[in-house]
Ligand binder design. Structure first.
Ligand SMILES: *Cc1c(COP(=O)(O)O)cnc(C)c1O
Length: 508
């Protein structure tokens, strides 16, 4: 993965803002404040409940960092950078939930068709699908992520002795790799039918050229290719279009797990020709823990065999309950159960905020500004690129930062200064530095890896919450809907303090 030169569009935009702000440097709090004041989307943060510092600090060991006390510090908002794991709650969610409880309590079963707030439960999914895709017939709001993956594999993994392999990224989220293995076993194919692809030795991202080469070499025996669209661990956003094109040219079915992509990066599943996709909605879609998930099926698969249930049956005759089955057209025909209404409206509360954000920047502008790969997130993607780029630049200017591109395979003198060499604690960013190959997550790998837990706890005691992946990775996800440039600065400064504390602890 070639390093990006410090002259990309993000750097140029930030440099321009820096001179306009009159601040001394990127790390000057005056600059972060300036960026927040000039953020067109800054008002959206007020629509979310931000956990306070006291909650984030609770039960973390102290190290001399002032613990929040009753003096008011604990009431300060935390720096919540864990939206890739669980998105924050929109303040409107309790209101929508209580409306549904009210309809239930006053109308009982009648709420299915007669709903005080205009959301009859019988077609509750129609409240959210318009927000999920431009071609609504290709998406369904249903189930849970791993359940949907199984549903889709039941349809799309039909191995034959010639074509039976499942290709995916090595170190996939374990639920996905368990699911893939179980489908291979269900069809009595050997575990060698699983084809994980790994980064090259010493690298953290998987090169597109390597993926395409393996598709070229093994494609004739691959039944399904299913990558995590944005890799949960490294944060790499795969080149979905190139993978889809190459896989389909070889006769493979190409799907994606979009758990870390939906609401994070612009997706053009239809235009790219993706066969199927699934996602959960409690990460970047902020639908709440375990919230309702979704799936996409390209319209070319209208007649694909699938699992049936009454909710996939034609709405016109669903309640007549005929003995023969008439599937709904499109992805809706993959549903089988009536969805949890409380879960659907929790998702709706968040999607309404996305919708407001999408209108901040006219689409044409968002398109030109961002990338040719997608546009649905509009201004959110624009802010995401800059906010994550800002955090990246702050982190890379840390004296503890180890530059992968200059130290890999080269002599060590280039990468170590006297101060870091002494105690040896460093970190690097394993997420691609090219914004076109990532969403808002940056994954930091610490060395020695044992330092990570210690640092993670101390970050919490400073009110900064990321997400840890043992052995050595902390993930930070500055989410453009509710995170600020000041959050990025607080996180970078807290990290430096923690690394300094770790360093002195080691030396003593
Ligand atoms: C979050 C996540 C899951 C979790 O699966 P659930 O079925 O929602 O529990 C699975 N796979 C990936 C890639 C994820 O990111």
């Amino acid at each position: 993965m070639p390093a990006r030169h410090n002259t990309g569009p993000v750097e140029t935009r930030l440099a321009r803002s820096l001179s306009a702000s009159g601040a001394a440097s990127l790390a000057d709090s005056k600059f972060a404040t300036y960026l927040d004041q000039n953020d067109k989307l800054a008002d959206l943060r007020a629509q979310f409940s931000i956990p306070n510092k006291r909650t984030v600090c609770a039960s973390t060991p102290g190290d001399g960092a002032a613990p929040p006390t009753g003096t008011g510090d604990g009431e300060q908002e935390s720096v919540y950078l864990a939206g890739n794991s669980l998105g924050l709650m929109p303040k409107r969610t309790p209101e929508l939930l209580s409306q549904e409880l009210q309809v239930w309590s006053t109308s009982g079963v009648l709420g299915h068709t007669d709903h005080e707030y205009g959301r009859p439960w019988v077609k509750i999914d129609e409240q959210v699908t318009p927000f999920l895709a431009e071609i609504q017939s290709e998406v369904a709001c249903m189930g849970t992520l791993t359940g949907n993956l199984h549903t889709l594999f039941t349809s799309f993994y039909q191995p034959t002795p010639q074509r039976y392999k499942i290709m995916y990224e090595g170190k996939a989220f374990p639920s996905d790799s368990y699911a893939f293995a179980s489908h291979v076993a269900l069809h009595d194919y050997p575990p060698s039918s699983l084809l994980p692809v790994y980064p090259r030795e010493g690298e953290h991202a998987i090169r597109t050229e390597d993926i395409l080469r393996i598709i070229e070499e093994e494609g004739d025996s691959i039944a399904v290719i299913c990558f995590g669209a944005v890799q949960y661990y490294s944060g790499q956003w795969f080149d979905m279009e190139a993978i889809t094109k190459a896989g389909r040219a070889k006769g493979c079915i190409v799907g994606f797990d979009c758990a870390h992509a939906v609401g994070n990066v612009p997706l053009k599943l239809h235009d790219w020709g993706v066969d199927f996709a699934c996602w959960c909605s409690y990460k970047y879609l902020n639908a709440g823990p375990g919230g309702i998930a979704g799936l996409f099926v390209h319209e070319r698969w209208e007649d694909r065999k699938r699992l049936h249930g009454w909710w996939g049956h034609d709405k016109a005759t669903r309640f007549a309950m005929p003995s023969s089955y008439t599937p709904l057209p499109g992805a809706a025909g993959w549903q089988f159960s009536n969805p949890s209404v409380l879960d659907v409206v929790a998702l709706l509360a968040s999607l309404q905020i996305f919708d407001a954000a999408a209108h901040v920047l006219p689409r044409e502008l968002a398109d030109g500004h961002v990338s040719p790969r997608g546009h649905v997130l509009g201004a959110l993607r624009e802010k995401s690129v800059d906010l994550t780029g800002y955090l990246e630049m702050l982190l890379r200017s840390s004296k503890y930062y180890r530059d992968l591109s200059s130290s890999e395979g080269a002599d060590q003198t280039a990468s170590t200064s006297a101060s870091t060499a002494a105690a040896g604690v460093t970190f690097t960013i394993i997420t691609p530095l090219d914004p076109a190959q990532r969403g808002c997550q940056l994954s930091l790998l610490f060395e020695p890896v044992e330092s990570m837990d210690w640092i993670f706890d101390r970050m919490r005691s400073r009110g900064v919450l990321g997400d840890e992946r043992r052995p050595g990775v902390i993930r930070f996800a500055p989410v453009p809907l509710y995170n600020t440039y000041s959050d990025a600065l607080r996180a970078a400064q807290a990290l430096d303090e923690c690394l300094a504390a770790y360093e002195s602890r080691e030396v003593i």
